[in-house]
Design a protein around this ligand. Sequence first.
Ligand SMILES: [Zn+2]
Length: 203
Amino acid sequence: MNLNPASTASPVSRLIQELSKLPGIGPKSAQRLTYYLLRAPDEQAKVLAEAILSLRQKTQLCSSCFNIADSDLCSICRSDERDQSIVCIVEQPQDILALEHVGTYRGLYHVLHGAISPTEGVGADNIRIKELLVRLKTSQVAEAILATNPTLEGETTAMYLSKLISPLGIRVTRLARGLPFGTELEYADDVTLARALEGRQEF
Ligand SMILES: [Zn+2]
């Protein structure tokens, strides 16, 4: 007999429980969504369930920049319209979405999947820094833009990366100080992001 509480709970309370684990969804919203789905047409619930499954089954990390991809390389790395000589280094794939939304940047990206945080036990080896260095050493990159968040962790990471990248003879720049300290890139508005990109300075 399976005594796992999640599997013995009723389907209704099980879905409420699972939905409330999602960011931004409290118990009240989880309840509302569950009862909505209970009354929704069969087809709608089925499409939603399939979308969640294929999100995990049909996506992978780009083998070059570690962005979310639907094949070995992401659409940005595959494009021949992107400037191969600039790499913008971000913490999360969502940051690429925010920067792409601005629409002015034409270079490539590298996703670290985190930032160095001694307090949370995240060291340089826990994020994609090793892969970044290999990539920079074996490509024709002339400029690396440090676009980590203007937070304590983001600044620490930028400082660390700058020390590793500068000796490679690559220009290292940092987003301009238009972004208030503590903000995360993915929540910054387009105008602020565009200014931060355009006004980037030597680091
Ligand atoms: Zn890529």
